[in-house]
Design a protein around this ligand. Structure first.
Ligand SMILES: [Zn+2]
Length: 371
């Protein structure tokens, strides 16, 4: 029952979930909106379902269907031969069989691992890891009476999460923090005060650095003042310092009328699967980048960071997502994560971010995730 309650709570989180919409073509962007990241475009609007607190609700699923990305190779048709039965996977790993939780309009299938509960819905790329929104590369399928996961999602999502992570040695760990934007690239602008994203990211990094240093991290910043630093140079610093983690800090903006708020955490898309978001980048699923050697660690760090940020911010969970467009994720030859710590275009969230005490909480959350 406790577990059912957990799933129901998970569902309630969804009620306030993201309202991600693809940016309408040709819509004006705020000045310098994530200029280093290109034009935003979401491949698959986050599928949202309405989950009841106690009664079934016969609501339709998310209104917007998936947008077709021409660069995306369609997955092979699911078959028992090339997809992985979740029950089979559980048995192989000495775990209990899948639990079925009939939350209308969609049934949730949950598997309890030693490190957390992994839950999926047939046809939805939004999975849940201990209630956190984690995006899959492929929507789970039902074949007969069994639920199947794409083998890449087993290897790149389920197994790294189920395995759990080991933090680097506290005596020798190194982190490169990358305050996004800087100099002539201001990033987005706060709707609440006359400040730009580049100031918030630097403020966040400077609050975070001493906290991490106290925890035994050797900390390097890609910039410590308002200067231009190229994206390759940012990634190169992580390699030069032999960092255990490269962490890029950003804040978000929406030019659409949907006015979203919340935290998104990104890691590089594993080869073979489509990105959650492409932002105009030619999202070739076959590409292999240096950072793809760290797919598992990327996700493990991303989930820890995402959870900690949601705990302190109380904001909307917009998911641990996969993307290829950020050069700072493709380049580093080590684990790398990019956080979008909130929407400066959302009046309520922008007001929170204008408060130094809230920004300190965000820094403390990141530090706690890396303890
Ligand atoms: Zn940014």
């Amino acid at each position: 029952m406790a577990k059912l309650t957990t799933l129901l709570a998970c569902g309630l989180v969804l009620l306030t979930g993201c309202n991600t919409m693809p940016r309408p073509a040709g819509q004006a962007l705020p000045p310098n909106w994530d200029a280093d990241l290109g034009t935003p475009r979401e491949v698959e609007p986050a599928p949202r379902i309405t989950l009841p607190s106690h009664l079934p609700v016969a609501e339709a699923t998310a209104a917007a269907g998936p947008k077709i990305n021409p660069a995306v190779v369609p997955p092979p048709p699911p078959s028992e031969a090339n997809w992985v039965s979740l029950n089979g996977w559980a048995t192989q790993n000495g775990l209990r069989a899948l639990r079925t939780i009939p939350l209308l309009p969609q049934v949730v299938y949950a598997i309890t691992t030693l490190n957390g509960v992994f839950a999926v819905r047939v046809g939805s790329q939004t999975a849940f890891w201990d209630q956190l929104d984690v995006r899959l590369g492929f929507a789970p399928q039902q074949i007969g009476d069994q639920i199947y996961l794409h083998p890449l999602d087993v290897k790149k999502t389920l197994e790294p999460l189920a395995r759990g992570m080991t933090m680097p040695d506290s005596l020798s760990r190194v982190i490169v923090i990358d305050p996004g934007h800087g100099g002539t690239n201001p990033g987005t602008r706060s709707i609440a005060e006359a400040r730009n994203e580049k100031e918030y990211t630097l403020d966040w990094a400077k609050r975070l650095a001493p906290l991490l240093a106290q925890q035994g991290w050797r900390v390097f910043l890609t910039r410590t003042n308002d200067v231009d630093v190229s994206l390759p140079d940012r990634a190169a610093l992580a390699d030069a310092r032999h960092a255990d983690l490269f962490l890029s800090l950003h804040f978000n903006a929406s030019a659409s009328g949907s006015d979203p708020a919340g935290v998104e955490t990104y890691c590089l898309t594993p080869t073979g699967m489509a990105s959650t978001v492409t932002r105009g980048y030619n999202d070739d699923v076959q590409q292999v980048f240096p950072n793809n050697a760290f797919d598992a660690e990327n996700l493990q760090y991303a989930v820890r960071l995402h959870r900690a940020l949601l705990e302190v911010s109380g904001t909307t969970d917009r998911g641990v997502r996969r993307a290829r467009y950020p050069a700072v994720l493709r380049g580093p030859n080590r684990p790398a994560v990019l956080i979008e710590g909130g929407y400066l275009s959302n009046p309520r969230e922008a007001r929170k971010l204008a408060d130094p005490a809230y920004r300190q909480k965000l820094a403390e959350a990141v530090a706690r995730a890396l303890e």
